[in-house]
Ligand binder design. Structure first.
Ligand code: GLU
Length: 474
């Protein structure tokens, strides 16, 4: 049997952390077993579904690299097929028309609540042998209800939850088509999973209660249901259900905030799944090791610090060429064209150990590509004094005389200047750093010089000489 899984989001918002984890687990399970992973957009709720949301989901899947083998399939393009199945269920006696008005159903509910009973449909239009049904009222478009078995139980052998037993007597006759003829979720999901030969349904455990209804539908259609794995919820660090309150929950917000997709994927795979106490998994390893049986049974909680830690790990260990794909986008967002400065891979190599996020890296990289606006005040106070113009002038001369611009050459000038002026290296390097970057933080000074380049370095020194000279005479 070929394993086939699917991710079936409803396009009513962005791709959020919980959805991305569901997609990842479905993807990994299919990949692990050489199976297929399918994307299906469940857009039958015409009022809540939007094209922007479809785009956001596709964008999120692409950014995370969750490649699907088939799809995206759109449920709105399959209405004929759902109608056909509703017809079949009607013809085989597994479904029936119900003409109850909203008022009737409201009255029924109120009466049941008054008697302290669980509100449920009372089966008044349900055909039974020997039962006479009411006369259909004129001008009413009926809904179609599924004729759920009245007794017996439905057993869900869930990969995560184990054996979960539901009594049919607890399930009422589900509406499978609305009065306007449009199908409802529980019907479309069954028809699609059946037609798409899905073998394993991996989804959030908010769907667990739908599962027995769906299993009954499969049985009515004479089809073996797929296997199920219902994933426990994700909580915020305070124990409440993960929501906007806990920070970003949209996958694309993490891109915007400077995370690498590898970091988010690695973070997501550990959110409810483990392999011993291993924390770092690259994609190949995830695929090799992932097993539904290792999914945790209890809710997992979202830990932003750990995500940040993973992001730093991937910034440090990924090849600069790979990081460059993401960093150049962030530089672009800051109005920087990476072709106007040093080789971006060298910049990444210099900053990888010093950056928490790509935004952080892009901000630190800015000095290699464009002028900084002003000197940091504290940096000036601590590092510029009346002797600075002559120090910077000596450095300017030394650098200008270098035959070749390199970190080694710059270092030699620094050492020679410090010796000549009888200064400790730090007393030379730090004012120079402020002159070159406006701040006291940058990669090693010789590397900083090499990356800024000859022309820009000399111009910035000249600017600092003017600045410190003016300060001195003031
Ligand atoms: N469309 C449903 C949702 O977004 C998922 C359905 C399923 O996975 O069965 O919650």
């Amino acid at each position: 049997m070929k394993i086939r899984t699917r991710f079936a989001p409803s396009p009513t918002g962005f791709l959020h952390i919980g959805g991305a984890r569901t997609a990842l687990f479905s993807y990994l399970y299919a990949r692990r077993h050489g199976g297929d992973f399918i994307l299906r957009i469940e857009d039958t709720d015409l009022e809540r579904s939007t094209a922007e949301s479809v785009n956001a989901i596709l964008e999120g899947m692409t950014w995370l690299g969750l490649e699907y083998d088939e799809g995206p399939f759109y449920q709105t393009q399959r209405f004929d097929r759902y109608k056909e199945i509703v017809r079949t269920l009607l013809d085989t006696g597994h479904a029936y028309y119900c003409y109850c008005s909203k008022e009737e159903l409201d009255a029924l509910r109120e009466a049941q609540m008054a008697r302290k009973e669980k509100p449920r449909y009372d089966g008044r239009w349900r055909p039974e042998p020997g039962k006479t049904l009411p006369e259909p009222p004129a001008g009413v478009q009926p809904v179609v209800r599924f004729r759920n078995p009245l007794d017996g139980e439905v057993v869900v052998e869930d990969f995560v939850r184990g054996r979960v037993v539901f009594q049919n007597s607890e399930l009422d006759d589900l509406i499978i088509a609305r009065s306007d003829g449009t199908p409802t979720y529980n019907l479309t999901v069954v028809v699609d999973d059946m037609d798409m030969n899905i073998t394993h349904v991996i989804r959030g455990d908010d769907h667990l209660n739908n599962t027995p209804r769906q299993i009954n539908l499969y049985r009515a259609l004479g089809v073996e249901p797929p296997r199920f794995a219902h994933l426990p919820m994700i909580h915020g660090s305070d124990g409440a259900k993960l929501s906007k309150r806990h920070g970003a929950v949209s996958v694309m917000q993490y891109r915007d905030d400077g995370f690498m997709p590898e970091a988010l994927l690695n973070y997501l795979v550990r959110l409810g799944w483990s392999h011993g106490d291993q924390e770092i998994f690259d994609r190949d390893e995830m695929i090799r090791l992932f097993d539904i049986a290792d999914i945790n049974h209890s809710a997992s909680s979202f830990n932003p610090e750990k995500l940040l830690w993973l992001n730093q790990h991937y910034l440090k260990t990924s090849s600069p060429a790979h990081v460059a794909r993401y960093l150049s986008w962030h530089l672009g967002n800051q109005g920087i064209d990476p072709s106007t400065g040093p080789d971006i891979e060298q910049v990444i190599a210099a900053l990888a150990e010093r950056s928490k996020t790509l935004i952080d890296m892009a901000q630190q990289a800015a000095i290699f590509y464009r002028e900084f606006e002003s000197y940091d005040e504290t940096a000036v106070k601590k590092n510029f004094d009346d002797s600075t113009p002559s120090l910077l002038t000596a450095l300017h001369e030394g650098f200008a005389a270098l035959p070749e611009w390199s970190a080694e050459g710059a270092h030699a000038v620094l050492v020679a200047t410090a010796e000549r002026l009888e200064l400790k290296l730090g007393k030379v390097a730090q004012p120079l750093r402020v002159a070159l970057t406006g701040t006291t933080v940058s990669p090693p000074i010789d590397l900083t010089l090499a990356l800024i380049g000859r022309e820009r370095s000399l111009a910035r020194l000249a600017r600092a000489i003017d600045f410190t000279q003016a300060k001195k005479s003031a």
